[in-house]
Design a binder for this molecule. Structure first.
Ligand code: ZN
Length: 149
């Protein structure tokens, strides 16, 4: 079995086919668009943050299985997280997917199912897109963001 097949057999397929957090939140919520031109992934993230805690979060968009699964698993981790925890998760996830050391005190849980994507260089931005979009939302960005540096 190829690495790609192994990765697709995991949680990625299940989450991309039957996401748990698909949708758009009504106002008042932060909405942020993210795009990954190298694959054609587009997503819109909605966040409702009250008292520094993520009360609700959803995503909608068109993208590959990896970007959709990463978004859905990210939203699992975000529900009930503080803004600081959300930023820490994002830094840890990006470190994992780029093959860098991950802070050991953070448990990425099911997100570790995506770890193998670090070997698929062309798809790393698919996995990081939801997180880059999250960071932009927390930073109050105006307009769509992408990981293109
Ligand atoms: Zn993609």
């Amino acid at each position: 079995m190829s690495l790609m097949e192994q990765i697709y057999k995991t949680v990625i397929l299940e989450r991309s086919r039957t996401p748990r957090h698909r949708g758009v939140l009504d106002d008042p919520a932060i909405r942020q668009e993210g795009v990954n031109p190298s694959c054609g992934d587009e997503l819109t993230l909605s966040l409702r943050i009250e008292d520094g805690v993520v009360q609700d979060a959803k995503f909608e968009g068109h993208g590959c299985a990896i970007s959709a699964a990463s978004a859905d698993l990210m939203l699992d981790a975000l529900h009930g997280a503080t803004v600081e925890e959300a930023r820490s998760f994002s830094a840890a996830f990006k470190a994992m997917i780029r093959g860098e050391p991950v802070p050991t005190h953070l448990d990425l849980g099911e997100l570790t199912a995506l770890e193998g994507i670090r070997h698929l260089h062309a798809r790393v931005k698919c996995a990081t897109l939801p997180w880059t979009t999250l960071e932009a939302a927390l930073d109050g960005a105006t307009g769509p963001v992408s990981d293109e540096a």
